[in-house]
Design a protein around this ligand. Structure first.
Ligand SMILES: [Zn+2]
Length: 213
């Protein structure tokens, strides 16, 4: 008989048969199609190109039905090389932290063999199709990345019911004081259009804002 697992005072039964426990049960991995997208091999010489990449992966994630309408890429700030890609996998991976930014940061750190993206001589930029939520701002701080640029704004995500959590003006100021620039960039409407398409095709608004629950 499967043992009940207590989560926040409620009793949940483990389902899905013999799933591994602990670390092997959770893998922040992209869907296989990500490697097939041509743009992954293209450099990003400027902010617009980086954001266009992030939005392309967000759009493909919606078209493939593999997650929320969010994409992110980590780019070598000097060469423009795409170091890693992340697409939202919250539903697909059954993982509340599988936001595009975190998947991209985890993949970049694994590829570079370091828990800190500021440990070497190179500097990296995270391009995100949407303004980072409270959780991702925390991950951004610890990742050591030096710059973040986003397309869609917080208001665009909230307009379709997503919740950005406790992000305050001071949140960005705190990161700036630690040498991490978090900046709005171009292509806001293109990124917001991907989010609207997700809603139109019936995508789930997980962790919705309290007003939508
Ligand atoms: Zn996030």
């Amino acid at each position: 008989m499967l043992a009940p697992v207590a989560v926040f005072g409620r009793s949940h039964r483990v389902t899905g048969g013999r799933q591994p426990r602990g670390v092997d049960a959770a893998r922040l991995a992209n869907p296989a199609w990500v490697e097939e997208v041509e743009e992954i091999r293209h450099r990003c010489p400027d902010d617009e190109a980086g954001l266009r990449h992030a939005i392309t992966f967000a759009h493909e994630n919606v078209l493939h039905g593999t997650g929320g309408p969010f994409g992110a890429v980590v780019v070598d700030a000097d060469s423009g090389e795409v170091v890693s890609v992340g697409v939202n996998g919250v539903e697909r991976l059954h993982d509340s932290v599988a936001h595009a930014e975190i998947v991209a940061l985890v993949a970049a750190e694994a590829r570079l063999g370091s828990y800190s993206l500021s440990s070497g001589a190179l500097r990296y930029t995270l391009y995100s199709s949407c303004e980072p939520c409270a959780m991702c701002l925390g991950a951004i701080l610890w990742s050591g990345i030096s710059r973040v640029v986003y397309a869609a704004r917080r208001e665009d995500a909230e307009a379709i019911g997503f919740d950005e959590g406790p992000v305050f003006p001071g949140s960005h100021e705190y990161l700036a004081a630690r040498g991490i620039a978090v900046e709005p960039g171009p292509l806001r409407e293109e990124a917001a259009a991907v989010m609207r398409r997700y809603v139109e095709q019936g995508g789930t608004i997980y962790n919705a804002s309290p007003a939508r629950r």
